[in-house]
Design a protein around this ligand. Sequence first.
Ligand SMILES: [Zn+2]
Length: 99
Amino acid sequence: MTIREALQAKSRRILAFGLAAWLALVVSLVLAAPRGLTVPALVCLLCFFAAALAQSFFVRCPRCRGNVGLLVAQTLAPGRLRTHVRRCPFCGVSFDEHA
Ligand SMILES: [Zn+2]
């Protein structure tokens, strides 16, 4: 498994959790519309923010421990938003090397 594959797998898990939390938040807000922000909606909101923080701070280069979470998230973006990254911006290790 290459560094790129490992980083993208970790990011996919975090982003899937964040998307699920966001969808659950929308559903819980729609179902509880007259009451406003309920406890389940608040829990979903906290899970969404936890996923955002995890992606921002806990996806790190395995060689230098540099924070590459947002960069890796951009490599998973759809269409024209996607960027291609070949090396770690901190230590220069190729993401195609084996982890
Ligand atoms: Zn690095």
